[in-house]
Design a protein around this ligand. Structure first.
Ligand code: G6P
Length: 616
């Protein structure tokens, strides 16, 4: 949440920061601002409510002569959406401009301290307090050198409890930019006579692929040709320079009207990427080089606890069904935000797995830290190379799904489903699963991209179904077993982007409450691909029809149901049972997308949401 960009270098800063903020808009989009140091070494500051583009109402980036600046796109935490609460924040005496992503938890104590020192405040934000705290410690310094700038920030941050990604400008040091991080992602792009600070590589990749990922409690002070990284305690850090492995084009929308639409269509390729290099030489098992550090511990593990949030949590729920079925290992799936505060009894042979597209979701990071504190091995599954999860876990698997920009997860979710199905079969093959079963899974895996392409052809049909139901204000989504997580995900997509209330339930559980909602006005989407248990699902369908509830079926061709018994019938290709949820998810994604379009919603930037949730 909140996107930060900072620049110091040879180029005009304002256009680069403005464009960078547009790439980070998915992180928050209720207000935005840019602060610059002009050629005469004074600050200029522009802020507005609304999207980044609304900044153009108050300034023209190409007219600025600045080569040093910071920018921010906000997802409000402390203080309502207003110009005064938008970042950058200026310190009371005007020495500093600061942008911040995160939450300062002890803001009240710090504010009282500053009020006693005669500081006054114009905003309701925790960020303004931090700007003033830095200024207070700066004014205690003997000089106005960059070293004093650095020391003041170090001193201020030593008093801060909470999370931050920061970019700071000091008027006395007009050729310097400072960045600091604790719990909120921040990376530094290293270009030719320039440095770019950003919350995410999307704002940097156009200019350089060489980046340093700042770690918690690290501070970087940079000019165009110098970069110094140290800790809050002034220990020097020699940071590793990494290469971003995706191109600027991957973060563009191309021919698609929305990122979400583009990302739905990328799913065949995403599965190819997830599979690549992960099949054993005899084609009977998945394999994961990234899990090698766990060695033979896999054979000792008697319980797996998954922690995640949002769609990633749904993917983990799928893993529970699959791992218990194929590998006979008991699995629990925890909301990361709950796990961290629970005293969940874990045995010595428990493995913890955290799953996160961004690798930066704060609750998931906190669950990871809690598991590590208690001494458990932690495996990470993430899409973002260099993210905190990739660095803090003992080992893991990268999704290689490419940048996901649409706030509602699509390709990252199906990629997680694929990797978790592979993990289930990998563990199964280490234990009970025989060679032929392994081979048939691998065959299905290799055929999956083609079946995704066939499923994508259903878009027009699903768009027509959305046309029929787009005025409905509530939906039920039902599925049994491995299709229950798909029902949850389908309901989540509809809520997220079409603002329609939707509830996912196990099909039979519907009788215990949700059936009270069933009526002509409340359609039910039912996923049914398991022929063996279809008679039970058919009973649920009859119960809904008896109460005039419209039925939208998503099924494979082998399901013995007369299409005339439902209001809409979507037939998806059949695949291996462990992979079927991936194909069943695609119609749900299209449905939410077309419902959102017809309801006039902003598909890629739904209200109140942000893609990367870096607050608790
Ligand atoms: C937010 C996003 C969801 C995502 C969740 C977890 O709520 O809107 O799409 O599933 O965060 O994100 P993660 O990056 O940890 O997978």
């Amino acid at each position: 949440m909140c996107g930060i960009v900072g620049y110091v270098g040879r180029r005009p800063a304002a256009p680069l920061i403005f464009e960078g903020l547009q790439h980070l808009e998915y992180r928050g989009y209720d207000s935005a601002g840019i602060g610059l140091i002009k050629a005469d070494d004074t600050f200029e500051l522009y802020r507005n409510v609304g999207r980044v583009a609304a900044l153009l109402e108050c300034f023209e980036p190409r007219q600025s002569d600045s080569h040093v600046g910071i920018g921010h796109t906000r997802w409000a935490t402390h203080g309502a959406v207003s110009v005064l609460n938008a970042h950058p924040h200026r310190s009371y005496h005007g020495d500093f401009l600061l942008v911040h992503n995160g939450v300062i938890e002890n803001f009240k104590t710090l504010k009282s301290f500053l009020l006693e020192k005669d500081y006054a405040f114009y905003s309701d934000t925790d960020t303004e307090i931090l700007a003033n705290l830095i200024e207070f410690y700066y004014q205690q310094q003997a000089t106005t050198e960059p070293a004093s700038f650095l020391q003041a920030v170090q001193e201020a941050l030593r008093h801060v409890q909470g999370t931050y990604g920061l970019a700071v400008l000091c008027q006395d040091c007009p050729n310097h930019l400072l960045a600091a991080r604790n719990g909120s992602p921040l990376l530094i792009g290293i270009g030719d006579n320039e440095h770019i600070v950003a919350s995410d590589a999307a704002a940097i990749v156009t200019y350089t692929s060489q980046v340093i990922y700042l770690r918690d409690r690290e501070i970087a002070l940079m000019s165009s040709d110098d970069l110094q990284i140290c800790t809050l305690q002034s220990e020097n850090v020699s940071a590793e320079v990494c290469t971003i492995d995706w191109s600027p084009e991957e973060a563009e929308r191309g021919q698609h009207e929305h990122y979400m639409h583009k990302e739905i269509y990328e799913q065949a390729q995403v599965i190819v990427n997830a599979i690549r290099g992960h099949i054993s030489d005899d084609f009977s098992s998945p394999r994961f080089g990234g899990l090698a550090p766990l060695g033979n511990r896999w054979n000792e593990i008697d319980r797996i606890v998954f922690c995640a949030c949002g769609s990633a949590w749904h993917a983990c729920l799928e893993a529970e069904y699959l791992i218990e079925h194929y590998a006979h290992i008991p699995v629990e799936v925890e909301y990361a935000s709950e796990f961290r505060y629970r005293n969940a009894p874990l045995s010595k042979r428990t493995l913890v797995v955290v799953v996160s597209q961004s690798g930066e979701t704060l609750d998931t990071l906190a669950a990871l830290a809690e598991a590590k504190r208690r001494g458990y091995p932690v495996v990470g599954i993430t899409n973002v190379v260099g993210s905190t999860i990739s660095r803090e876990t003992d080992c893991g698997i990268y999704q290689h799904a490419g940048p996901e920009i649409g706030v509602a997860s699509t390709k990252a979710f199906t990629s997680q489903l694929c990797i978790l199905a592979m993990l289930a079969v990998y563990l199964g093959r280490l234990r009970h699963m025989d060679y032929t079963e392994g081979v048939s899974f691998i065959q299905a895996l290799q055929e999956l991209p083609q079946k995704i392409e066939e499923t994508l052809l259903l878009e027009q049909q699903i768009s027509e179904i959305a046309q029929r139901y787009y005025q409905s204000e509530q939906f039920l989504f039902l599925g049994r077993q491995t299709l229950f997580p798909v029902a949850l995900e389908g309901a989540l997509k509809l809520k997220e982007i079409a603002y329609v209330y939707a509830q996912g339930y196990p099909s039979a559980e519907m009788k215990h409450g949700p059936i009270a909602l069933v009526s002509k006005e409340c359609p039910t989407v039912i996923f049914a691909t398991q022929a063996a248990i279809f008679p039970k699902t058919l009973s649920n369908i009859q119960e809904i029809r008896a109460r005039n509830g419209p039925i939208i079926m998503v099924a494979t061709g082998e399901i013995p149901m007369d299409p005339s018994e439902s209001e809409a019938f979507v037939i998806i290709p059949k695949t291996h049972p462990a992979l079927q949820p991936i194909l069943a998810t695609i119609p749900a994604q299209f449905f939410a997308y077309h419902m959102a379009l017809r309801r006039g919603c902003d598909v890629d930037k739904p209200r109140n949401l942000a893609k990367s949730v870096t607050v608790e």
